[in-house]
Design a protein around this ligand. Structure first.
Ligand code: SAM
Length: 285
């Protein structure tokens, strides 16, 4: 899988992807990440990438021409019909047919669709992603209209630039690329893991809630020593009874999700046993 990031700060990415799983995935050729310097696509001696906003107001806006040239250098041309010109065409997919299959152009923006694990799973199916990093007040809207398949926001707060957001998206997506995590199942078993129904028929036969986080948060993890600062590891994890351990972990997932992210419970796939556990947890509260 290849990621290209268009940015005015290409050096930002020099160290970010030099560690752990990303480093290994890059060195094994599973993932390629290239930062493209937006200033290299300017044509004036000051290498100007921004200008004042039409209509007045604070701040500067990233100009469209250098961004368009940077995209052209990656083989990406404007759409023949922009969503702005064709009201029926929408950024969330209706225009995707105009792009080569497996490619998506994404603008990082606080106004974008929320980036979630489900979106990361969708993106991990692509072969190539081009990420545009805004700065200042943002990017001339015509770039989004003409080139972008989606705008993504990494949270309800405003960053000073799209670089951190691009790094977050790349990290979350690339670890879902087949072969990047040592154990293929491990991304199913963590927080926001796909609902059981999405995981696939090959896991039939395993009791529900033994596989996949089912859209819930992860359960607590412990390692040696069995006692630390007077706190003992829950006894159930030491007794080797895998049925009890599974039930305890599922209960903990439900408890943590209820406490920190009750919104996830509304969308989660819950078994009869899950609902029974939830009733017990709620009764204890
Ligand atoms: N005027 C914009 C607004 O109010 O939505 C904020 C611009 S912000 C200072 C500069 C750039 O940071 C944006 O163009 C975008 O690329 C990036 N950015 C800021 N917050 C973001 C977020 N929550 N998710 C993704 N990108 C973000």
């Amino acid at each position: 899988m290849r990621f290209d990031v268009i940015t005015i700060f290409p050096d930002f990415f020099a160290g970010v992807f030099e560690h752990g799983i990303v480093r290994r995935a890059r060195s094994e050729g599973l993932v390629t990440i290239e930062a493209q310097d937006l200033r290299a696509f300017t044509r004036d001696k000051h290498r100007t990438v921004d200008d004042r906003p039409f209509g007045g107001g604070e701040g500067m806006v990233l100009k469209p021409e250098p961004l368009a040239r940077a995209l052209a250098s990656l083989g990406i041309e404007p759409r023949t019909s922009s969503p702005a010109l064709a009201p029926t065409a929408r950024k969330d997919g209706a225009c995707k047919a105009e792009r080569p299959e497996g490619l998506s152009v994404i603008l990082l923006s606080a106004q974008g669709r929320p980036f979630t694990q489900a979106v990361a799973r969708e993106l991990a199916c692509l072969e190539r992603i081009v990420l545009l990093c805004g700065r200042y007040e943002g990017v001339d809207e015509r770039i989004s209209d003409l080139y972008c398949d989606m705008e993504l926001s990494i949270g309800d707060y405003v960053l000073s630039g799209g670089e951190l957001a691009a790094a977050v998206v790349i990290d979350a997506v690339m670890r879902l690329v087949p072969g990047v995590l040592g154990n293929e199942a491990s991304s199913e078993f963590e927080s926001f893991g796909a609902p059981d129904a999405e995981i696939g028929a090959n896991r039939k036969g395993l009791p529900r809630s033994q596989h996949g986080a089912g859209g819930l948060l992860d359960y607590p993890h412990y390692t040696r020593p069995a006692e630390f600062e007077g706190l003992r590891v829950p006894e159930v994890l030491l007794n080797g009874d895998h049925r009890q351990i599974r039930r305890w972990r599922r209960e903990q997932q439900l408890r943590k999700t209820l406490l920190n992210r009750p919104d996830l419970l509304e969308r989660a796939v819950l078994s009869a046993e899950d609902r029974e556990l939830l009733r017990t947890i709620r009764a204890r509260q």
